[in-house]
Design a protein around this ligand. Structure first.
Ligand code: GDG
Length: 471
């Protein structure tokens, strides 16, 4: 029998990207990110493996070891990438779970592909999990896996974590196959969400559509129970601090300020180019503040990083056009020769450059219309100067913890402008005090701590009868 593992992570993507070296030799590069760092810490000292898609269509590479992490690729065909990933995951579930900011597309063929791919992931986990192992399933792409996996392997301890919001029942109601999703999730022992409100939305949907008994945060299925609660995710605080405190990153932060012409204030936005992130609303507010002459283009500079994302999905192509039109208008109206009001960067940067931007920025604008957590807010708090200021949307999960930010409702452009100006004009001691308390909060809740908290909740969740009988 092939090797089995005590701890298995299942996520849509493996934490690596395929790279081709200068001599044409192929290899893998670890993709940066908090989740990978957290799982790395959890897997160290445990017999662990990660199940996920390797990023290319067609046949999957054989399982391989990447810096001590066992990776088990799951294949996806071109058609499945279009239907399961770009279709059902990103053009149906994503908009429904983000307050229907854009109209979701519902296609029956996409649902079929979603089901088939979830089945493949469940089978891949079942094949490599040791007797009584823990399997941690991630995110909205794999909501049917818990039930499918339990059917194959009732001995396993199964957890699922939702990185994005869980919608209010009135919006979840639109989803064809809503019962199937709820039943899929209830295959887990413990369901983790970013906020208590998200867990509450899930529990209300269960009560309404499956007519099951819910007591507190526990769903009673008769033969077993499922708990749903908040375990808010965080960042690798120590790792990021190490990067930002390095001489080279601090020097680069000073250089960025100089390159912008030593402005009074640098404002910064960093987002995947996604309609949930409120980039258009933010640019509108910035443009109006320049037009109102409350901000001065020679003294106040905005850098907006918009990392390319889901570029084959129509809504993302349209959004890019709208944003770039707005950027062009703002710069056309307010820039002068050699001095651009708004620096727009549509590409990705390495972690050092990102940290330098966070360190250089006086005011960070995080204004999503809906966001599960938003890690950028926590990264800024970790990297910025002691008197940095964070303008944060109430609709980001991060607002629950970072309540000392300048909170805003991004739909209310007048209110958003007011909060931006409040951050710009705030006396340094006020900014320092707010940043101090937010920084303390983030540093006490690293992503490593999050993983520990999650796994403790999964471990403590009521045991399935088969496990109870064995103990
Ligand atoms: C989902 C949920 C939840 C961005 N551009 C570059 C870059 N980034 C990094 C950021 C940050 C991450 O990507 C983005 O995380 P967010 O949390 O902001 O947003 P999503 O991608 O939508 O993530 C979200 C998260 O899952 C975790 O549960 O918080 O709510 O939607 O770390 O810094 N990193 C680098 N170059 C870039 O150009 N190196």
């Amino acid at each position: 029998m092939s090797h089995t593992y005590d701890f298995v992570v299942a996520a849509n993507r493996l934490p690596v990207d395929r790279v081709t070296g200068e001599e044409g030799n192929e290899g893998w590069r670890r993709s940066p990110g908090g989740l990978v760092t957290a799982m790395d810490a959890v897997m160290r000292g445990r017999d662990g493996a990660w199940v996920g898609w390797a990023g290319d269509p067609g046949e999957a590479p054989a399982p391989f070891d990447d810096a001590g992490m066992q990776l088990h690729p799951v294949p996806l065909s071109e058609q499945e990438i279009a239907d399961y990933y770009e279709g059902h995951s990103n053009d149906t579930l994503w908009p429904v779970y983000h307050d229907v900011i854009i109209t979701p597309t519902f296609k029956r063929s996409w649902r079929g592909a979603y089901r088939a791919v979830n089945k493949r992931f469940a089978q891949a986990c079942a094949d490599i999990a040791a007797e009584g192992a823990t399997v941690w399933v991630h995110d909205y792409q794999l909501q049917l896996v818990p039930e499918m996996l339990r059917e194959l392997r009732p001995d396993l301890r199964i957890g699922w974590f939702n990185h994005i919001p869980f919608p209010a029942v009135e919006l979840f109601a639109q989803l064809p196959g809503r019962e199937e999703i709820l039943e899929g999730l209830l295959g887990a022992d413990f369901l983790g969400f970013q906020r208590t409100e998200d867990a509450g939305n899930f529990l209300r949907a269960v009560r309404q559509y499956l007519d099951l008994d819910v007591t507190g945060d526990v769903v009673d299925l008769g033969e077993r129970q499922v708990r749903a609660a908040a375990v808010p995710i965080s960042i690798d605080v120590e790792g990021l601090r190490e990067i930002v405190e390095s001489d080279s990153v601090q020097a680069r932060a000073r250089e960025i300020r100089e390159q912008l012409g030593n402005p009074e204030k640098i404002l910064l936005g960093v987002d995947r180019l996604d309609y949930t992130k409120g980039i258009r609303h933010r640019l509108k507010a910035f443009g109006e503040l320049l037009a109102d002459e409350r901000l001065d283009p020679s003294k106040h500079k905005l850098i907006q990083v918009a990392t390319p994302s889901r570029e084959r999905v129509k809504a993302y192509m349209d959004l890019r056009d709208q944003i770039e039109l707005t950027v062009g208008r703002i710069n056309g109206d307010f820039s002068s020769i050699g001095a651009t009001a708004l620096t727009y960067l549509h590409r990705s940067f390495d972690r050092e450059e990102m940290a330098a931007m966070f360190a250089a920025a006086d005011i960070m604008l995080v204004t999503p219309l809906r966001d599960g957590m938003n890690l950028v807010a926590k990264e800024y708090v970790t990297c910025c100067a002691d008197d940095g200021a964070l303008v944060l949307s109430e609709f980001a999960g991060a607002a629950t913890e970072l309540s000392d930010a300048y909170l805003c409702n991004p739909h209310d452009i007048a209110g958003l402008k007011q909060q931006i100006m409040k951050a710009v004009d705030a006396p340094a001691p006020q900014r320092r005090q707010r940043m101090d308390s937010m920084r303390a909060l983030v540093s006490e809740n690293s992503v490593q701590q999050w993983a520990k908290n999650y796994l403790a909740s999964l471990e403590a969740a009521p045991k399935a009868p088969s496990t109870q009988a064995a103990s």
